[in-house]
Write a protein that binds this ligand. Structure first.
Ligand SMILES: [Zn+2]
Length: 315
């Protein structure tokens, strides 16, 4: 029997858990759905990631408001993917910060990515009609952007670590608390999505840079919060291993179909039961095949191309 397209049949509600990681530092995880977070400044809030729709974002904000009523000055977007940015209007933030490449990617392919992700993950798009349009960052940077949290709380450092999950991922680092919000550059017990990735950079220099912070708590893009240095190392190690196995298997294959079959066989024993594994793998292999055959930048995913690749590889 054919597998249902991407996550289109994944309609069961996930349980959301709000964790307080340190005084004024929050993470909302949801059994493998995209994670979000917030950091309190002395008299303002920084929110990290925006969810897929304003209605979904308002449910998160209602939970956050049980802990703080500070106004939201900054909304930080780790990268351009629709399920992380299209809820932005609910935050009413003064400033929406992203990497400069993220802004360019939204201009280049934001519309197509919206249609693609909506068809792949319809459950995340709670009341899709509440989305007012694409989300445009109002402040961008190339290497580093620092937010002074005030009142002796130290800085929140937004850092570009190189090409990885996309061309413009940032991480948010709170040195005072040794907490790292890694976006989709690191997953903790969730499969990787690499359909817009630069696998070789990600698996080497970019993850080296992420590891070099020496975080003691890490919030990945999906999955549980990693608590403690060992768990942080395990999450980064899992991400690197997933990429390394993919590169090994796809390089050894003579066709994209064979690449998919080899990669699936090699990854499934360890990762097959993790969230979005079957959903992501055809898109991942398609992109890596391109990358290893000289296609420098990821091709744009459209709803049509998604179906075509799915039918070719996963059915
Ligand atoms: Zn992503």
């Amino acid at each position: 029997m054919a597998k249902p397209f991407a996550s289109s049949a994944d309609l069961g509600e996930k349980r959301q858990s709000l964790e307080i990681l340190a005084d004024g530092v929050y993470a909302l995880t949801a059994e493998g759905d995209p994670n979000v977070g917030a950091i309190e400044g002395e008299d303002f809030l920084v929110c990290f990631e925006a969810m897929a729709t304003p209605v979904a974002a308002r449910r998160w904000l209602a939970r956050l408001r049980e802990h703080t009523d500070k106004p939201i000055r900054y909304l930080v977007l780790s990268h351009y993917h629709a399920v992380r940015v299209l809820g932005a209007s609910a935050f009413g933030a003064d400033v929406i910060v992203a990497h400069e490449k993220t802004r360019e990617l939204i201009a280049e392919r934001g519309e197509q990515d919206w249609a693609s992700e909506y068809a792949r993950m319809p459950r995340l798009f709670e009341e899709p009609g509440s989305i007012p349009g694409l989300t445009w960052p109002t402040a961008t940077f190339s290497d580093r952007f620092t937010i002074d949290l005030g009142g002796g709380r130290g800085d929140l450092v937004l850092q570009y670590c190189g090409r990885g999950h996309t061309e413009g991922d940032l991480v948010a680092w709170l040195p005072e608390r040794r907490v790292l919000f890694a976006g989709d550059l690191v997953e903790s017990q969730a499969a990787l999505y690499t359909g817009d990735a630069f696998h070789r950079d990600w698996a080497s220099s970019t993850l080296d840079r992420v590891a070099s912070f020496g975080a003691e708590t890490l919030v990945g893009g999906r999955g549980a919060v990693a608590h403690g240095k060992d768990a942080v190392a395990a999450a980064i190690g899992q991400t690197r291993d997933f990429l390394t196995v993919m590169m090994r298997e796809v390089s050894a294959a003579g066709s994209v179909k064979e690449a998919f079959e080899r990669t699936h066989k090699a990854l499934a024993p360890r990762y097959g039961s993790w969230p979005i594994f079957e959903h992501c793998l055809p898109f991942n292999v398609s992109r890596l095949w391109d990358e290893l055959h000289g296609v420098e930048r990821p091709r744009i995913w459209t709803a049509e191309r998604d179906r075509q690749v799915w039918d070719e590889l996963q059915s």
